[in-house]
Design a protein around this ligand. Sequence first.
Ligand code: IPM
Ligand code: MG
Length: 373
Amino acid sequence: MAKYKIAMLPGDGVGNDVMEAAQLVLDKINLDAEYIHGDIGWEFWKTEGDPLPQRTIDLLNNCDASLFGAITSKPKDEAAAELVPELRDKGLVYFSPIVKMRQLFNLRTNFRPCKAYNGNPLNYKDGIDITVFRENTEGLYAGIEYHPVPEEVWKVLMDTHPKAKRFDSTPRVDMALSLRLFTRKGCQNILRDAFEYAKKNKCKSVTVVEKPNVLRETSGLMVREARKMQKEEYPEIELWEANIDAMTMWLIKNPMDYSVLVAGNMFGDIISDLCAQLVGGLGFASSGNIGDKLAVFEPTHGSAPKYAGQYKVNPIAMILCVKLMCEYLGENAHAQAIEKAVAEVIAEGKYRTYDMGGNSTTLEVGQAIADKL
Ligand code: IPM
Ligand code: MG
């Protein structure tokens, strides 16, 4: 029996293209692993009304880790219109399978390293090395939303919060409500991961990116917990506090000042796209969704349907996911070797996909990286 069981979930669009490139690297390092394909994505929404079928959940329950490509998502009504006729009008509602996986398997930490590899023509500045820790299961992604707002929910708000009154004359069908729910435990978990990473990697600072001057309770909880944790447990690391809006400017102005960022779910989502762009765009941005029993590694990019099957897109983000997965599994020598191979291919500049100004295919870049291993 192989040492590891890995679920391979290519998903939609270019997810398939980049997963093939990742497989070239996996075959080369010859990890003692069994790779098992799992169904996920748009096709299964259309034909089964479920983009994350139960058989895939069962598979994930039996795996050590998973590599996930990309997913196509569409707004509710468009999604419903694409169901096969027999499934229409059954009240099925599309949901994002990656968001569901994060919650179902409590993949509470989203870890997103953004490193400017030398020689990447797309670097905003050379030397940038920022890692984003994004809380992954709560906040605005908790999924507790209403439209219209039920009368009983509104009544509770009216009874308990003086600020509700200002909206009372608005018909409930003309109100939408999304709950930003933070838990102390959720804040502590993501903060601890960020501080531990900073400690291990000898980073000078951790920056908590929130908005406590306005979101006094949710952002406030995160920042208060950050201060407490830094003071009691990580006095050697500086804690910097930045508001999400200002941070988008600071990261453009002084990207070299930052090394570890930590944020709630939505702000972490936003800031990680910005950080990805600083190091060449989504073609370079890998991420790990990490829980206690399972971790799912995915490139931050989407499924780019217009490029699907054309083997045009950059596989580096996906290949860096293989690196992150090796690290997670404790296969550090493989992780280092993969990163070195990626860095060399980028620096040499011989094989580049279109985003980097070249005309190599996805698989040519994947093969060039595999050849270095
Ligand atoms: C990400 C993506 C997802 C998110 C989408 C696809 C639901 O933007 O992983 O950052 O919002 O978390
Ligand atoms: Mg995102």
